[in-house]
Design a protein around this ligand. Structure first.
Ligand SMILES: [Mg+2]
Ligand SMILES: [Zn+2]
Length: 183
C-alpha cells in the first residue's frame, strides 16, 4: 500500500512556540494542501500523527481541535484530496503515555488501521527528530522538511543517516510522486 504519514504542525500548517490554539491560528503552509492532494492523485493514502499536548495543558479543547481538523479536511477535499486517517496524542510530557512522539503508539495505531504488518517503505514526513524516531521504530523512511522547526532540527546535526531532507511538504510530495514504487 502507498501510504505516507505526516506530522501536522510545521509540516502542513504554520507552527507556533505558543501552540496552535484556534481554527484561526491553524494556517496552512504555502503549497501543503496541494501537496496532499497531489499525493492522493498518485495513489497515496494520507495519515497524520500529531502530538497535541496543548489539550493536556488546557490551551484548547477537543471541540476546537476537531474544528481545526475539519478545516484541514475541507481544504484538502476542495483541492481534490482527502485525509484518510488522523490520530493525535492529547497527553502532556508527564503523562507517561505510549502515544506521544517519539514513542510509537500513534504509528502502531496507523499500522493497525491500514491492516499492515509494519510500516516499511512508508515515508514519515516531519519537522522534528521525534517525528522521524517514532516512525522509524516501525520501519518508516524518514523525511525531514525545513519548514516549521525543520531548520532548527537540521542544525542540531543528529538526524538518522537515512534521512532525506526537503524544503517543504510540496518538495517531499514531488519526490514521492516521482518514484515508480513507494520508497
Ligand atoms: Mg511538527
Ligand atoms: Zn499520548
Amino acid at each position: 500500500m502507498k501510504l505516507v504519514i505526516l506530522d501536522r504542525d510545521g509540516v502542513i500548517n504554520q507552527d507556533s512556540d505558543e501552540y496552535v490554539k484556534s481554527v484561526d491560528e491553524w494556517i496552512p503552509l504555502p503549497g501543503s494542501i496541494e501537496a496532499i492532494a497531489k499525493l492522493c492523485h498518485h495513489g497515496f493514502r494520507i495519515a497524520i500523527a500529531t502530538n497535541q499536548s496543548g489539550l493536556a495543558r488546557g490551551y484548547f479543547d477537543l471541540a476546537t481541535l476537531d474544528a481545526m481538523h475539519e478545516k484541514l479536511q475541507q481544504l484538502v477535499e476542495a483541492a481534490g484530496g482527502s485525509i484518510h486517517y488522523l490520530v493525535y496524542c492529547p497527553h502532556g510530557p508527564d503523562d507517561h503515555c505510549h502515544c506521544r512522539k517519539p514513542l510509537p503508539g500513534m504509528f502502531e495505531q496507523i499500522r493497525d488501521a491500514f491492516a499492515l504488518a509494519d510500516l516499511h517503505e512508508v515515508a514519515v514526513i516531519g519537522d522534528s527528530l521525534r517525528d522521524l524516531e517514532a516512525g522509524m521504530s516501525l520501519g518508516c523512511q524518514p523525511f525531514l522538511v525545513k519548514t516549521g522547526k525543520g531548520e532548527r532540527t537540521l542544525a542540531k546535526g543528529n538526524l538518522p543517516a537515512a534521512t532525506r531532507v526537503f524544503a517543504d511538504l510540496a518538495a517531499a510530495a514531488d519526490y514521492l510522486c516521482s518514484q515508480p514504487e513507494p520508497v
